[in-house]
Design a protein around this ligand. Structure first.
Ligand SMILES: Cc1cc2nc3c(=O)[nH]c(=O)nc-3n(C[C@H](O)[C@H](O)[C@H](O)COP(=O)(O)OP(=O)(O)OC[C@H]3O[C@@H](n4cnc5c(N)ncnc54)[C@H](O)[C@@H]3O)c2cc1C
Length: 341
């Protein structure tokens, strides 16, 4: 196991902000997890789990603890039949490599989540989703190291309370308790069908696409994303900085009465696109404290030239306050923040 000392969190995260982490342990095996856990325990230091840092923000004071950086890679087919594929992806595997693997084999279930940056191990943490799919639908179970019992075990999806950007891993008393070693997914041959998620549907209509195979959906989604979303290797951001707003039927009715577009579910509850609110509040493309509200997708906050968390926090407050004043909704941040200790 490689242990590095005083590592800038800015170098571990796609937002490229954050002071020094006291220790970073690169985890390449299950043994390394135990070693890193004992290393932190001996020094009485807190731990923090990380993959690609695409949904993580560091603070200026850094982190006086041990970051366990997941580098355990590998994809293993568990079962494969004509219409079903069950596979295990190790947590440090690039998520998009897992998606590509399943699409190439012709299986459906995660193809619309192509090109989401980060690791397979982090994917269940906030229940990643895009273009109408989320990982909850394909996830069978996760293999974890439980820091409470100091044991490895498997947890079925049914025990993870998965919802929009919400799971056992990021909410409630067990948040931060489990290090995800691997994930098991089930894919099938039930290809996606129209009507698709809004922007994908528009693309399909514009381009006259009729091939809904996983590989072709992957190609289309990749193209749409490349147009709208910053490439984290070139532009610093955490993708969507705010969550969309989910409303019950009454809330959805009220929003519509105010003239806000609402995407209704079958049960008449609804979703407001927070990017729409930010755009209508006049902030799309604006620079705030060295951060820029993307001119292509207003939900995305780009770190154009700041090195400080304080600037990010000031930009965030300005956006939240402006949207609250105009529409009465309080935006909630999506990326997680590493505590200072
Ligand atoms: C340009 C861009 C576009 C994006 N688009 C999307 C999108 O379409 N949909 C979407 O849902 N997200 C999107 N994101 C957010 C991000 O890609 C996902 O949240 C992704 O799952 C983060 O993976 P990561 O490995 O970088 O996680 P990290 O940022 O390293 O970690 C995120 C969280 O998971 C925890 N964690 C990480 N690894 C483990 C582990 N092994 N065990 C336990 N906990 C762990 C961390 O402690 C932290 O709480 C986007 C981000 C960017 C930069």
């Amino acid at each position: 196991m490689q242990i590095r000392e005083n590592v800038p969190i800015s170098e571990l995260t796609t937002m490229r902000i954050g002071g020094l982490a006291r220790y970073v342990c690169e985890i390449s095996s299950k043994d390394d997890i135990i070693k890193a856990w004992n290393f932190a325990k001996e020094r009485k230091l807190p731990i923090w789990f990380m993959g690609g840092g695409a949904n993580t923000i560091g603070k200026d004071a850094g982190f006086d603890g041990v970051i366990l950086l997941n580098k355990i890679t590998g994809i293993e087919i568990l079962t494969e039949t004509d219409d079903g594929l069950q596979l295990k992806a190790m947590g440090g595997e690039e998520w998009d490599d897992v998606v590509e693997f399943t699409c190439k084999k012709g299986f459906s279930g995660i193809e619309a989540m192509s090109k989401i940056p980060g690791t397979a191990g982090a994917a269940p943490v906030q229940n990643i989703g895009a273009y109408g799919q989320d990982i909850a639908r394909a996830l069978v179970s996760v293999e974890v190291f439980d820091t409470k019992t100091e044991e490895f075990r498997s947890i079925p999806r049914s025990k993870l309370r998965m919802d929009y950007r919400y799971t056992t891993f990021n909410h409630g008393e067990d948040a931060g308790r489990y290090f995800i070693v691997s994930i098991t997914l089930h894919l099938n041959k039930n290809y996606l069908e129209p009507p698709f998620y809004n922007s994908l549907q528009n693309y399909i209509l514009e381009h006259g696409e009729t091939d809904y195979s996983p590989m072709n959906i992957r190609r289309m989604v990749s193209e749409i994303r490349a147009e709208k979303l910053p490439d984290p290797t070139e532009i610093a951001s955490s993708g969507s900085f705010f969550k969309n707003i989910y409303l019950d039927q009454v809330g959805a009715d009220e929003a519509e009465e105010k003239g806000i577009p609402v995407w209704r579910s079958n049960d008449d509850s609804g979703k407001i696109n927070s990017g729409w609110l930010i755009e209508q509040a006049g902030l799309k493309g604006e620079e705030l404290h060295g951060m820029r509200v993307s001119d292509k997708a207003a939900l995305v906050l780009i770190n154009e030239k700041t090195k400080n968390y304080a600037d990010l926090a000031a930009a965030r407050s300005e956006i939240i306050d402006t949207v609250r004043r105009k529409f009465g909704y309080t935006l909630e941040q999506e990326p997680v923040e590493i505590p200072e200790k």
